[in-house]
Design a binder for this molecule. Structure first.
Ligand code: HEM
Length: 148
């Protein structure tokens, strides 16, 4: 298994980065949809259009992309010689990735609130929360590139 992971390393990393891009696109876009939904979703027609967009973005893109990111990321973790747990970067990356996964689930809960017509947060709050994935992404990319 270790030999296979070492051989597959460039492809595993390619698939990891591709899944990360798809996941991040959704993590940036879904809170933007929530901003507009919270502020402009008054008419029944607009409300149901937002609900369909949010459902499809989460189910068809973000959930599969998050699962693929985790699978290929864990394959990289088990590839021999890639992660040195004595260094700091694997721990900062792991903490930020757990934060990103929490944020994904938080968005999923807010989507259900909108679906039930029970959203209680203003657009301003979603604008603020939109900064969370940006900050986590900076920590993650610095961790894997600088490798402090
Ligand atoms: C979900 C759990 C994740 C795990 C277990 C994981 C794990 C890993 C591992 C072990 C590497 C290999 C580092 C190397 O080849 O030196 C890697 C590479 C990378 N990861 Fe992740 N990762 C995860 C999520 C993410 C996320 C959310 C992002 C971006 C926001 C990300 C961005 C990257 C990038 C850009 C690389 C390539 C770095 C390079 O080779 O220069 N990863 N990941």
């Amino acid at each position: 298994m270790q030999d296979f992971l070492a051989l597959a390393y460039p492809w595993t990393k390619t698939l990891h980065i591709v899944s990360v891009i798809a996941w991040m696109a959704g993590l940036f876009y879904l809170p933007r949809l929530f901003v507009y939904h919270a502020e402009k979703g008054a008419s029944a027609e607009i409300d149901s259009l937002f609900k369909v967009m949010e459902y499809r973005l989460l189910r068809a893109i973000m959930n599969p992309a998050m699962i693929a990111t985790w699978i290929f990321g864990l394959c990289l973790v088990f590839t021999p010689g890639i992660v040195a747990w004595s260094m700091v970067w694997p721990w900062t990356k792991a903490a930020a990735v757990l934060g990103m996964t929490w944020f994904h689930h938080w968005l999923g809960k807010r989507r259900k609130d909108f679906e039930r017509g029970e959203n209680s947060l203003p657009g301003r709050r979603y604008r603020m929360m939109n900064e969370v994935p940006t900050l986590l992404m900076i920590v993650i990319v610095a961790s894997v590139v600088v490798k402090f």
